[in-house]
Design a protein around this ligand. Structure first.
Ligand code: CDP
Length: 310
């Protein structure tokens, strides 16, 4: 694994070709390692307490509590009588979660036919309000239990919810009655759009429940991975969810985590299964994250599905 890091001196990106070769070498072999699963759950519980801390709740954030933003320097929100009522009482997830599927948005999912596999999981987590209908169903499935929504999506796709909220509310119906997990207290410009998203859903009596990501949890998860060699400005959404899943689920399978430009047949693929918009360079370190997750796959702590299902 280590040699991947040093393909380019002073530059730690692994080469796509080497990763493909390594993944093909491993093939379908995967052996569950219960000791490893328990160990990671303990490590994550100790550092980050996902059960109690993953969302902002009335229990962990009473009035007067200062929430320090994890993506800003010296910016905070003090919980007050306007924001407190918007928080859920306590962690609402039916713990322990059994089989969890964490679905990233990688282009590797396209033509994967993983939809049925994903839908079989007991708890399905998705990132950034991804498209789920029509041509995508066969590859990514239809069910969702938790979906993240970045405030930047609210800005770009829904005019920051400053105008009509109908398009937003209607487009959210595809996620059924899942939890919408928003980092409302991570970056200063994200707070208002997140609160508007909350009101848009509750005013429309939507079946969805808004959960605000707890910045303390996000910060502790970032530190956890930083100590394991991931140095990015910000962890990818997918890695936050995998960390949550490792802390809460009996078994974790990931899909769509493949931040490389070719598939296992070395054919070019798009960055997302629905478009080819690349992330800001240097903001995330997805290939480094992949190497960490692949290590967990090889040691049986979680299972990564890359390529075709069935
Ligand atoms: O918001 P962010 O840029 O982190 O994510 P995204 O592009 O919406 O994709 C969701 C998640 O899938 C990412 O956070 C990554 O963890 C994962 N992903 C991947 O592993 N490979 C890709 N080609 C694209 C996304």
């Amino acid at each position: 694994v280590l040699c991947w890091f040093y393909v380019f001196p002073g530059y730690r990106l692994p080469r796509d070709k080497d990763i493909v070769a390594e993944v093909l070498r491993q093939g379908d072999v995967w052996v569950k390692n219960q000791t490893g699963i328990d160990l990671y759950r303990d490590l994550l519980t100790k550092c980050c307490d996902p059960q109690r801390m993953f969302a902002v709740t009335k229990e962990n954030s009473p009035i007067g509590k200062v929430l320090w933003y994890d993506g800003e320097i010296y910016h905070s929100h003090t919980v007050n009588s306007e924001t407190y009522p918007l928080f859920i009482k306590e962690n609402p997830l039916p713990l322990p979660l059994k089989k969890c599927a964490v679905v990233g948005n990688g282009g590797i999912l396209r033509n994967s036919k993983c939809g049925k596999d994903i839908d079989k999981a007991d708890f399905i987590m998705r990132c950034n309000l991804p498209p789920l209908s029509g041509e995508y169903v066969e590859d990514v499935g239809t069910k969702t239990h938790l979906v993240t929504a970045n405030p930047s999506i609210i800005e770009k796709r829904f005019q920051n919810l400053m105008w009509s909220r109908k398009t937003f509310v209607n487009s959210m119906k595809v996620y059924g009655s899942s939890y919408v997990y928003m980092p409302a207290f991570s970056m200063a410009p994200g707070t208002d759009p997140s609160l508007r998203a909350y009101f848009s859903l509750t005013d429309a009596s939507s079946n969805l429940t808004m959960l605000f990501a707890n910045p303390n949890f996000l910060l502790s998860v970032s530190k956890f991975w930083k100590a394991r060699g991931i140095h990015a400005r910000r962890l990818s959404t997918g890695l936050f969810l995998v960390s949550l899943a490792l802390g809460l689920c009996d078994e974790v399978t990931t899909y769509g985590f493949w931040p490389f430009s070719v598939d296992l047949d070395e054919q070019p693929i798009s960055h997302h299964y629905y478009d080819n918009i690349l992330p800001y360079k240097w903001f995330h370190a997805m290939p480094e994250e992949f190497v960490q997750l692949w290590h967990l796959h090889k040691s049986g702590v979680l299972r990564m599905k890359v390529g075709h299902c069935s």
